[in-house]
Design a protein around this ligand. Structure first.
Ligand code: PNS
Length: 163
């Protein structure tokens, strides 16, 4: 069985992420979306919330599952016999760091990284930008799924009320 992982923070998942996951699901028999538990980086959504969003938004893809992971991505891959990491490349600015990670991951365990060119519709899109624009009242509809947008606006409103 050909297995791949699509790793990330997904805080929150965007349509750019979902495009890559959906395309990976057509190439591999099983795709695991792996949500990084990063104790050093503050996130807007909890890991459970991010998993729930991803499960809902990939429910129509039979061969996609969602998990969280802590530590090295290559260890996650080794434990599950996953031989490929699938990443989206938005622009040349992504390439430097992505290449470093791909080479390091290959050195560690020989896992391969396959880059998928991001749909031009989403080439400027990132979770961070979506959060920033939404924080200041900008319109991010169409860039994240509708239910994610609702959750994002609720979360930002909660934060506003607390401060
Ligand atoms: O969505 P992000 O935050 O850009 O995703 C980055 C991610 C999760 C793919 C990357 O940080 C990662 O793989 N982290 C796990 C820790 C690890 O394996 N680090 C060594 C990379 S060579």
């Amino acid at each position: 069985m050909r297995k791949a992982v699509c790793p990330g923070s997904f805080d929150p998942v965007t349509k750019g992420h979902l495009d890559i996951v959906s395309r990976a699901s057509k190439i591999f028999d099983e795709v695991t979306v792996a949500v990084l538990i990063n104790k050093r980086k503050a996130s807007l959504f909890t890991v459970d919330e991010r998993i729930e969003m991803l499960e809902r938004e990939t429910a129509h893809l039979d061969n996609v599952r969602v998990e969280s992971f802590y530590g090295l991505l290559v260890d996650f891959c080794l434990e599950r016999d996953i031989k490929a990491i699938v990443k989206g490349l938005r622009a040349i600015s992504d390439f430097d760091y992505e290449l470093q990670m791909a080479q390091m991951n290959h050195r560690l365990t020989e896992v391969e990284t396959l880059f998928v060119s991001t749909n031009p519709l989403y080439s400027y899109l990132s979770s961070s930008l979506v959060k920033e624009v939404a924080t200041y009242g900008g319109d991010v509809s169409g860039l994240v799924p509708d239910e994610v947008l609702t959750q994002l606006l609720e979360k930002l409103a909660q934060q506003n009320n607390q401060s």
